[in-house]
Design a protein. Structure first.
Ligand code: 13P
Length: 289
């Protein structure tokens, strides 16, 4: 069933568990993510990346984006578990509105690199439009770095900023910088567990962790227990899918067989489904009643 972010995340915050938000790029990813949620009977968030020029969908024609969204919505409606369709890392008001028009039930307005006051103003503008359509909104303060292995924490979110931002916007969920980075880690992440606890105390909105790939089961457990409610996970899922395919290629080559795409593709989907199921366990996502 198709639901919005609050339908999933408010229950999760109350129940002290987290829900994974997995990035989906094609039908195989959708199958892996929703299949994993169905196999574990848990709610899930399927996220699409923004389609403004710097987003993954930026170079795709709008008809193709619409077609993908139609398929995703259709698949989500058929599912027996709650599925939220979320727009990830959108930097523009226009992009959020387009996603709502295409049927997203949740959007992220990422103005974290803009001055704090501008971030507040833009978030409020998106919230006004999104809430009129029953769509929930995630924002980000502080900044989760990407791909450069920078874990110095110079942009950690502070509880004071979180309080001020929440008071000014009433945002539905808030992405906070607590020591993770997007992509593969160049060095051990320096997770700020006390900061997570303080942020949970500071605001009633669910806390979102970006850069969810690559933590240990113990690290996930501690983050969830301290108050992280949504965990964004992409890089390791996609790497697992690639490995599923390359392992099959190696097996076929050793057996002197050809490599037919129809046989290879499901191996990637299977591997992605397995890693998503494993992480649903680490995130302690509670099965639906
Ligand atoms: P990873 O790719 O590090 O898992 O992060 C995903 C993410 O935060 C998407 O918003």
């Amino acid at each position: 069933m198709l639901v919005n972010g609050n339908d999933i995340l408010l229950k999760a915050r109350e129940g002290h568990y987290a829900v994974g938000a997995f990035n989906v790029f094609d039908f195989g990813c959708v199958d892996a993510v929703l299949g994993a949620a169905e196999a574990t009977n848990t709610p899930v968030i399927a996220q699409i990346l923004d389609w403004h020029p710097s987003g993954n969908f930026g170079s795709r024609p709008q008809e193709e984006v619409k077609m993908f969204m139609d398929m995703l919505i259709y698949r989500a409606k058929l599912s027996p578990v709650p599925v939220c369709i979320h727009l990830d890392h959108c930097q523009t008001y226009e992009g959020c509105i387009r996603a709502i028009k295409y049927g997203a039930t949740s959007v992220m307005l990422d103005a974290s690199m803009k001055p704090f006051e501008e971030n507040i103003a833009l978030t409020k503008k998106v919230i006004e439009a999104a809430h009129a359509c029953g769509v929930t909104v995630e924002a980000e303060i502080g900044h989760v770095d990407g791909h450069d292995g920078d874990t110095t924490g110079k942009l950690y979110t502070t509880p004071e900023q979180a309080k001020e931002f929440y008071a000014a916007t009433g945002v539905d969920s808030l992405a906070v910088a607590v020591g993770t980075v997007h992509g593969v880690y160049a060095e051990e992440p320096k997770l700020q567990y006390d900061l997570i606890s303080e942020l949970r105390e500071a605001i009633p909105a669910p806390l979102v962790m970006h850069g969810g790939s690559g933590l240990s089961p113990e690290q996930y457990k501690e983050c969830v227990e301290r108050g992280i409610t949504k965990i964004n996970f992409a890089t390791y899922m996609l790497l697992a899918g690639g490995k599923g395919i390359s392992d099959k290629v190696a097996e076929n080559n050793a057996a002197g067989k050809g490599n037919n795409f129809i046989d290879l593709y499901p191996e990637g989907v299977k591997a992605m489904k397995e890693i998503v199921m494993e992480h649903i366990g680490y995130f302690q996502t509670k099965p639906i009643a």
